[in-house]
Design a protein around this ligand. Sequence first.
Ligand code: GAP
Length: 520
Amino acid sequence: MSNQEDRLKTLIGHAKEYGFVFPSSEIYDGLSATYDYGPYGVELKNNIRRYWWEAMTKLNENIVGLDAAIFMHPLTWKASGHVDAFNDPLIDNKDSKKRYRADVLLEEHIAKYEDKINKEVEKGRKRFAESFDEAQFRATNPNVKRSQDRIDAVEGRMKAALEANDLEALRQLIIDEEIKCPISGTANWTEVRQFNLMFATELGSVSGESSTIYLRPETAQGIFVNFLNVQKSARMKIPFGIAQTGKAFRNEIVARQFVFRMREFEQMEMQFFVKPGTEMQWYESWKAKRIAWHKALGITGEHYRFHDHIKLAHYANAACDIEFKFPMGFKELAGIHSRTDFDLSNHEKLSGKKLRYFDTETNESYVPYVVETSIGLDRMFLAVLSAAYEEEQIPAKDGSTEEGGVRTVLRIPAPLAPVKVAVLPLIKKDGLPEKARAIIDTLKLEHNCQYDEKDSIGKRYRRQDAIGTPYCITVDHETLKDGAVTIRERDSMAQERVPIEHLGRIVGDMVDLRGLLRKL
Ligand code: GAP
């Protein structure tokens, strides 16, 4: 098993053991690519959603919210292009009978060349130390140049094949690059076929007829069809945005890698309506705003990179991903897409209703262009969890309440942590439990608190570390006399004696979501 697979497996095990994520319907052996969020998972997920929602709707006076239905009129998906073009190119290996996305096989192949380049760069960095000039090294090192030429050649042919919808060219590229099935190790491939990703179901109508409807594959269309309702009712002026979070469904073929690629998942999308011709300026502005939202969490910058799309989706004139360094390597976390007037114009055509904005300053009426930001909530959850997970060796110290050995700690950004404060009576008697519960009563309206009296203090600290609780408060016999407690911080494990009345401020300063929002 590779190191990457090991890390992902460890994370999946931890997420299950500590109540973050369970396989769906596990008692029936689970349902592939579907997961349930447990007690701590749902808190973390809610906190991420709230961070996104407040960053969109509180910090931007020209962005408002919406919660549209999952089911939509079937013509929605004809207009959006999903019925005709929301396909994945699939290829099967005849020996292992395993099915793959042809474009993903090629992207993983390209990633191997990128890994080679990164290794060369790291070697160079070590060799030249202080005098290392990365840009110059990348431009001149023969090994790096050779790998980069290969990447450019494969990307060029892949882009041409995808744009021309030339499935035979895609297959030929896989064969020319000698890409093998990871299971059988052979290159015995079938032809490439297109497969539509939408889940269809039947809607019973009053007359007894039924018609095919789809589970939405993106939340965005609920925003487009409501564009005028929102603009008029909330008296919005262009440029303005509509934000929405909610479930989306895709019949993914290669559904694996935990909550990274699921068949039922949650999106957080914002459609920003702009005057035609200004979309590139807004596209750049939203790229900058979105990366700032990620970086405010304090996860180091080396976890992120932008990746321009090789093949633009059927609706876009510019598009990029924010990629994140997941346990399985750099992968798409979020997208920023300039969608032109594709969606609104097509909804106009199929519905016969005008979806135009009337600009009272210029007396013009036009179909706005749209810049979209889209992020998978589950992928963001995995990003936060994987960056937070650490196994740390700590020495045993005499007289310390910390136990020596390896501790597993989730360094989740404090405002996103599922539980903010654990209050722990040193022992289960002498009035300490009552005092601990009284402290919780003063904090619980502001913060998610937990009470724990079982096992030694050291063991209780470990349990809180494992779910990422930023603060533990210990109540001891002295507390009853001096009204002070020991507060222990998760990351540094530093302990300090503080008066009970200071707790609200100390904890509040660190865990308040507003601290994150202020950085934006
Ligand atoms: N409205 C545009 C749109 O849906 P997308 O790139 O197909 O664009 C947006 O999806 C985001 O949704 C992705 O960046 C990813 O975070 C998330 N996403 C897409 N498919 C997913 C899946 N099968 N499982 C989990 N998240 C997914």
